[in-house]
Design a protein around this ligand. Structure first.
Ligand code: ZN
Length: 386
């Protein structure tokens, strides 16, 4: 199973309509939650999503709720299912009481029915975006996709979902695909991840930290400036105790969101290129250190750099790409001394400082780059564990 996410390019009217669909999903979610809550207060038994959907559909015939008929019925259906699931989790003690969705705080999103979604090379057909059934209006149901031929047109789709990230609308869809049966044969690789370089591999390849490049630094500077500008604007427009959002602030915040997204995109696409390149070398196994990100974040001087490196994302990508390519993915536990061990003689240097970039072994006088040695030790972890 593979999930593909593609940006949508709706026209203005479609855009408005997508927000309305998300609004309906929110309405149905809140309605179901409220209904369940009232129901419980009256001492009646728990209602399943099936019951609730039946009540919801009956509601459509009332004149007050006639507007519901203008939308695809799969949108409230899934939203109610979500609400019931969240409510059940609360009821059985697994989670807090689910929050009601608000227009301002929750992320606009809705589900599309599996059997009614259709993809062409360039467009996706969503159900009932057009309120009229006339043939010349049905074009309105086709929303253009930002990438051509990215989503196969004849596959089995799972869980299609339309979301808004603050700037753009996206569609994500799961697709079943055949797994490769080819078994990798090359030597295993140990990967040491860090801040100086993103990844050092035991086969000698090093991937630098992308956050140190001029392009990213420039963007980060721009972001900081804009953040300062916005906070100044907020202070200037403050009335008594409350902050006000002016048109200008909204404009600036949009700009800020654009930069933030751009930075994330640069970082993630770099991670994808690195992980794919490692996997394409076809190692038999890959060993990585167990991540102790919270521990690293405690160091105030490193926190920002750690966050920028997106270690979790790296780990996640590595794990699923290994699975796709039949590569054994191994994590060395946190207490495995990958950087303190001498790769030559096995001496354990207990008081190794973070500033020592070159490991000098007092036993065998071997001098070696610290990160490279860590990756070699990680590669050997498989043998030591076996
Ligand atoms: Zn040594």
């Amino acid at each position: 199973m593979q999930t593909i996410k593609v940006m949508l390019c709706p026209n203005n009217r479609q855009r408005t309509r997508l927000f309305q669909c998300a609004g309906l999903a929110r309405f149905a979610f809140n309605w179901a939650l409220d209904y369940e809550q009232q129901n419980h207060k009256e001492g009646k038994p728990f209602l399943s999503d099936y019951d609730l959907i039946k009540i919801f559909v009956a509601m459509k015939s009332e004149s007050e709720y006639a507007w519901l008929n203008n939308y695809s019925c799969s949108i409230p259906k899934q939203a109610i299912k979500d609400a019931v699931k969240a409510y059940r989790n609360f009821f059985e003690g697994r989670a807090n009481f689910p929050r009601f969705k608000t227009k301002r705080k929750s992320k606009p999103s809705f589900y599309v029915d599996l059997c009614r979604i259709k993809f062409t090379g360039t467009h996706v057909q969503l159900e009932k975006l057009a309120t009229s059934r006339k043939k010349n209006k049905s074009k309105f149901n086709f929303v253009r996709l930002a990438e051509r031929d990215r989503i196969p047109t004849d596959a089995k789709y799972h869980n299609p979902r339309v979301t808004f990230d603050g700037l753009n609308w996206w569609i994500s869809v799961g697709i079943e695909c055949e797994r490769s049966t080819e078994m990798p044969t090359n030597q295993g690789i140990g990967i040491d991840i860090g801040i100086k370089d993103l990844a050092v591999c035991s086969d000698g390849k090093t991937y630098p930290n992308i956050n140190k490049t001029a392009k990213v630094k420039k963007l980060k500077k721009k972001k900081r400036r804009l953040q300062r500008k916005i906070s100044k604007k907020y202070l200037k427009n403050k009335k008594g105790e409350c902050y006000r959002k002016t048109k200008n602030i909204i404009k600036c915040e949009r700009e800020l969101l654009k930069i933030t997204h751009r930075l994330t995109n640069i970082r993630h696409s770099y991670l994808h290129s690195v992980t794919s390149e490692i996997v394409n070398r076809k190692p038999k196994f890959i060993v990585m250190e167990d991540l102790n990100v919270t521990g690293m974040m405690k160091n105030r001087h490193l926190a920002e750099a750690v966050q920028e490196q997106c270690f979790y994302e790296f780990y996640r990508q590595m794990e699923y790409k290994c699975q796709w390519n039949n590569i054994e993915f191994i994590t060395a536990d946190r207490f495995y001394p990958s950087s303190k061990l001498c790769s030559c003689c096995g001496y354990l240097k207990k008081d190794l400082k973070l500033s020592e970039r070159v490991y000098a072994c007092p036993e065998c006088q071997n001098r070696i780059d610290r990160d490279y040695q860590a990756s070699v030790n990680l590669m050997r972890f498989k043998e030591s564990a076996a």
